[in-house]
Design a protein around this ligand. Structure first.
Ligand code: ADP
Ligand code: MG
Ligand code: ZN
Length: 505
């Protein structure tokens, strides 16, 4: 007799329906699972056997073969335990009720309890796309599963609970979706806590408004980390689609906090000693890396010169493309990585090169060597460079600075202008403009052209810096609600490239 149980697997961050087919025949008792990688089969077998026995059912004394179909699809994860156990119960007529309209997902513990697994949200979305509406998922994962609309989610704690639900003896209550109220979008910190530093605040506001990457250079204690951490608080509020997309990634990576949706823009700050795999993703488990966990939020690289060259190199393309491609034995996956890159660094090893109050102890060549660790191609990807000066004593005595909400309002307005302008283009913000689009949308008048030409020659600028200045100027005008870019915008944008000359020459 053959029974079929619906379940799902993950392909990158997408879920896809898989059928667990079980065949039981008379013969020497055995238990084989095909269609899973070797190590996983062994573990699944032991868990399923023990869970069935410890849930007061009988493990079939038959020749059992379970096939996870389609066979050519590589499957990963421990969510197959529950469907395999259900197939065993049905195949031996211990469970006779109908369950073909359900999708089962969950890992089993030895005593029959159901444990949470990663990627449930993706699995439910994949199942729904295949036409399913009823899902039995681990209790711990029920809230993320219930983010999907128009499906019934049953959060189960044990194999016996699932059994009693199917037979109708004791139905599990359908999960009430988590209400995402306004509070869930609030952050714990606020820009109001940053006193003074008007120039830094302004630079960061422009960066967020146009989707530009930013680098802050300054001595220790000047507030670089403090400001970076508050950048998500001024980014536009996440849309529901963005919440789903980010939650999917965090779920697949297994880092979802208490199974709830991610409603705040991510802020990820991988340490400079972190490996390339942990930042970019991939490796034996093919999990999304920090760069994908930061999707739709901020990737903060503190102490930029300390990151290994090859790690920075590996990050460059994903940051540019907004996605990471990870190749593995089981296939090629892409993980989104649309991040705002925020970098910070001291200007030299001792930290005080150019500081107004403290003397730098480095030699000129020490400084050059330190700065030289940041490669030209990396600097080229950063539109806005900001000099972080020590906060002034008088400023610290001041009351709060402007609140994040006020900054965010201006940013949202500037973003709306960009969305409207680029609605027929493949870009969404000024930072994304490239090639001909820069010329098409960053049009200068004669006076502005002359100013830029003069600066270009005097500062010996590169062609890349030139187009970056145009884009930043575009954003400055958008923040001001002006369609034309004027000389002041150009002058301010040039200022955000001045560290090129001052430090990197
Ligand atoms: N502008 C500021 N307003 C209020 N506090 C500040 C400001 N700048 C720095 N601080 C205080 O100094 C601490 C150190 O700042 P931090 O962001 O870690 O500096 P950096 O990263 O540049 O070394 C912060 O945690 C904060 O308490
Ligand atoms: Mg810091
Ligand atoms: Zn120094």
């Amino acid at each position: 007799m053959v029974v079929k149980v619906n379940t799902a697997t993950l392909l990158g961050i997408e879920g896809k329906i898989v059928i667990a087919e079980a065949d039981f025949s008379n013969g020497l008792p055995s238990f084989d699972i095909v269609g899973l990688p070797d190590a996983a089969v062994k573990e699944a077998k032991e868990r399923v056997k023990a869970a069935i026995r410890n849930s007061e059912f009988e493990f079939p004394a038959k020749k059992a073969v379970i096939n996870l179909a389609p066979a050519d699809l590589k499957k990963e994860g421990s969510q197959f335990d529950l469907p395999i156990a259900i197939s065993c119960l049905a195949g031996t007529l211990q469970l006779t009720a109908k369950f073909d309209d359900y999708v089962f997902l969950g890992e089993l513990g030895l005593s029959g309890e159901i444990r949470g697994v990663s990627g449930i949200l993706s699995s439910v979305i994949g199942g729904k796309e295949a036409g399913f509406t009823k899902f039995i998922v681990p209790f711990d994962n029920r809230l993320e599963a219930a983010l999907v609309e128009n499906v019934e989610i049953y959060g189960a704690k044990s194999l016996s609970e699932v059994y009693m639900h199917i037979t109708g003896e004791k139905p599990i209550e359908v999960t009430v979706p988590q209400v995402i109220d306004e509070e869930e979008f609030l952050y714990e910190c606020d820009f109001a806590e940053v006193k003074g530093q008007e120039k830094l605040r302004r630079g960061v506001e422009i960066a967020v408004a146009g989707g530009h990457n930013v680098l802050m250079v300054g001595s220790p204690g000047s507030g670089k980390s403090m400001i970076a951490k508050r950048i998500p608080t001024i980014m536009p509020k996440m849309s529901f689609d963005e919440v789903l997309e980010v939650t999917k990634i965090h779920s697949v990576a297994g880092v979802l906090q208490s199974g709830k949706a991610v409603t705040k823009r991510p802020f990820r700050a991988p340490h400079h000693s972190a490996s390339g795999v942990s930042i970019v993703g991939g490796g034996a488990k093919a999990k999304p890396g920090e760069i994908s966990l930061a999707h739709k939020g901020v990737l903060f690289l503190d102490e930029l010169p300390e990151y290994k060259k090859d790690v920075i190199e590996a990050m460059r393309q994903p940051i540019e493309d907004g996605m990471v491609t990870v190749a593995r034995a089981t296939g090629t996956y892409t993980y989104p990585s649309n991040v705002m890159l925020v970098c910070a660094m001291n200007p030299c090893r001792c930290g005080y090169y150019g500081d107004e109050n403290k003397k730098c102890r480095c030699t000129e060549s020490d400084v050059a060597r330190y700065l030289g660790k940041v490669s030209g191609p990396m600097l080229d990807r950063i539109d806005i460079q900001l000099e972080a000066k020590s906060v002034k004593y008088d400023d610290l005595q001041k009351p709060e600075g402007e609140k994040s909400s006020a900054m965010r309002e201006r940013i949202e307005r500037a973003r709306a202008i960009q969305s409207e302008r680029y609605k027929n283009e493949s870009v969404s913000c000024n930072a994304d403009l490239s090639g001909g689009l820069v010329e098409k949308y960053c049009i200068l008048g004669e006076g502005e052209k002359a100013l830029l030409e003069k600066a270009f020659k005097q500062l010996n600028m590169s062609a890349r810096a030139y187009s970056r200045i145009l884009k930043v100027a575009r954003t400055i005008a958008d923040l001001d609600g002006r369609e034309n870019i004027d000389s002041m915008d150009i002058a301010e944008a040039i200022g955000y490239r001045s560290l090129d000359k001052k430090l990197w020459k």
